[in-house]
Design a protein around this ligand. Sequence first.
Ligand SMILES: NC(=O)C1=CN([C@@H]2O[C@H](COP(=O)(O)OP(=O)(O)OC[C@H]3O[C@@H](n4cnc5c(N)ncnc54)[C@H](O)[C@@H]3O)[C@@H](O)[C@H]2O)C=CC1
Ligand SMILES: O=C(O)[C@@H]1CCC=N1
Length: 280
Amino acid sequence: MKVGFIGTGSMGSLLIDAFIHSGALLPEQIQISNRSPEKAHQLAKRHAGLTVCSCNEETASSSNVLFLCIKPLEFRSVINEIKDQLEEGQIAISITSPVQLIHLESTLNCKVAKIIPSITNLTGGGASLCMYGSRIKEEDRQLIESLLSYISRPVEILESHTRITSDFSSCGPAFLSLFMEKWIDAAVEMTGIDRRTLNALAGEMLLGTGKLLTEEGFSPEQLQHRVAVPGGITAQALALLDSNLSGLFYQLIKTTHDKYEEDLVKLDAAFGFTINRPRY
Ligand SMILES: NC(=O)C1=CN([C@@H]2O[C@H](COP(=O)(O)OP(=O)(O)OC[C@H]3O[C@@H](n4cnc5c(N)ncnc54)[C@H](O)[C@@H]3O)[C@@H](O)[C@H]2O)C=CC1
Ligand SMILES: O=C(O)[C@@H]1CCC=N1
């Protein structure tokens, strides 16, 4: 099987590194192209055997599975370049949340899917959010999910929930990192402890918390109850956080969905039709 990647920026290169390091793919199975070829050549240097194609058309025509790792507003022009190269048996996968399956199915003859990865996939952790177009068959789904399972836990979601699930799965690492950064900044300033110790402790704590939520089946509420002794220190601090954070998450969700909506309106214009869809 040949797997192509158009766009080898942050996410394209992360997926390639993760697929190779996890043993899912050999470099010889991968072919790539990027607008600025240097980035693609850097990847080829890291992974001997990987092919850098001279253009997107070449990447598309020779791939059984093609990952489109570009930004929303770059889709229309890339689709125009590759649409004549893609045939019924091939699978094109968008990793970009606002691009809708119908945008892809209306312009491409091949099978289409939308998979939203996460930076956590670099460690073999986190989820990959899976949505399938109408031409995808059971064996295609199995092929895609067996590939993704080397680097993540594939989770099928409704396309109408793309944004909210991406908020947790893909933006979440950045959101939690900001929380950690602010907390560590204050700790360093107030106590003089070194940042490196707290960075390491924060990482271990997040890893352990993640395992409690996944492997041990805790809900976030149950976890708080287990840690917070009634009348104790954690309980007091939780009350402070609760009163300061209430309302913030409604604004957070509105912010991500507003930006998504903005991109969707531009994509609808670029693809020449408007998709009737719920906002949330
Ligand atoms: N960064 C993240 O954690 C995640 C990103 N995504 C999505 O992945 C998409 C890509 O994001 P990043 O990799 O972070 O962006 P990026 O800007 O790092 O990478 C995009 C790459 O596409 C290339 N490119 C642009 N136009 C092209 C064209 N016409 N032909 C070939 N290559 C072209 C650029 O040169 C660049 O290397 C975005 O839509 C983002 O929302 C999805 C999940 C997680
Ligand atoms: O904004 C997005 O849709 C994705 C998730 C994280 C980065 N880009």
